[in-house]
Design a protein. Structure first.
Length: 345
């Protein structure tokens, strides 16, 4: 934090009663509830499907643990001045340490959301070419994690200079660092969005369903949008003289970003719930205009499984896929492909 000028100090004194704390608390409660509901629905959908819970689901659970730590501490740090002007900070050391910890938990939350998405892709795409792309992306994300955490901890040397400007030492241009890390985050978001598109378009399904499938994944673009909006708010983070006030927007958007990421990563897993809802409407009880409750007409003869496979899949796809980019579509034959087609059963 740079030195406060007399004019800025006077402004802070005149607005000492201003607060953004209600905005922080409202965001924490809303995002916390939404993320927990999203993960609960995901696990319920997985548990009711024949394929069951996988590594991608454990990945989102780990992301939720880190995210819980993030939003709890975001609310906690308001006790020491977050959401108020800098002159209202009551414990600079606790404020600084909590902010550093939050930067780490934010990074880990996003990272495991991304890992969960990669594991989900690997679970449903038996494609060697894509698997190599998934691995390369995962390694890139790991490098991003290490760089981000290292920069957050050692933004100043010694570390305690981050919350005590009187300590002799040096600090890097943290605003530029955060900007670079945020741009890389956005790049990985769009990479995850684009990776499966060529294979999805090659699936043996109707064009309408392909488009709907892609739209399901494109829901992840909302997280990309939040990341871009957040990028604008963090550009001044290194030069502000009033971090407890000016950094609130970035903290709130970080909370929203992770929440949207968790929801977007879970959306493709909800198809079993949607299928059951549709079947219940199709085959359940419906009131008639004369007040008599009667079941809808149901065909009593059986139909082969393949005839209903398109609707019963729990994956957003439900079809065999090419084994390599540009390959021919073939019936699921390998163990991996059979797992792919059974995700919805």
């Amino acid at each position: 934090m740079t030195s406060i000028t007399p004019a800025e100090l006077q402004h802070m004194k005149e607005h000492a009663g201003d607060t953004k704390v209600p905005n922080i608390i409202a965001t924490v409660i809303t995002c916390g509830c939404i993320s927990y509901v999203a993960v609960a629905l995901r696990l319920y959908a997985r548990n009711t499907a024949k394929f069951g819970i996988g590594l991608d689901d454990f990945g989102i659970l780990i992301a939720l643990v880190f995210f819980t730590s993030y939003f709890v501490m975001l609310a906690l740090v308001t006790r020491w001045g977050l959401g108020r002007h800098a002159i209202m900070i009551t414990n600079a050391e606790a404020f600084g340490k909590t902010n550093v910890t939050n930067e780490i938990t934010y990074t880990m939350s996003l990272a495991f959301v991304k890992f969960s998405i990669l594991l989900f892709y690997d679970r449903i795409f038996p494609n060697k070419g894509l698997r190599k792309a998934f691995l390369a992306t995962a390694l890139f994300i790991i490098a991003w994690i290490i760089t981000s955490i290292f920069g957050s901890i050692f933004a100043c040397v010694p570390v305690n200079k981050q919350w005590d400007p009187a300590v002799p030492g040096k600090c890097m241009a943290f605003g530029s660092f955060v900007l670079g890390i945020s741009i890389i985050n956005i790049i990985t978001d769009f990479t995850l969005l684009i990776l499966p598109m060529p294979v999805i378009w090659g699936l043996n399904m109707k064009r309408t369903k392909k488009i709907l499938t892609i739209l399901t994944l494109v829901a992840g673009s909302f997280a990309c949008i939040v990341s871009i909006v957040r990028l604008a708010s963090v550009q001044a983070v290194g030069s502000t003289t009033d971090p407890s006030w000016d950094d609130v927007g970035g903290g709130i958007l970080s909370c929203v970003e992770v929440c949207v990421g968790i929801v977007a990563a879970s959306l493709p897993t909800y198809r079993p719930l949607l299928n059951r809802f549709i079947k219940n409407r199709d085959y359940g009880y419906h009131p008639r205009s004369d007040g008599i409750v009667q079941t809808t007409d149901i065909q009593m003869h059986s139909a082969p499984r393949s005839a209903h496979r398109d609707d019963d899949d729990d994956t957003p796809y439900g079809h065999s896929i090419p084994k390599s980019f540009g390959g021919k579509i073939s019936p699921a034959s390998s163990d991996k492909e059979r797992l792919y087609t059974k995700l919805s059963e």
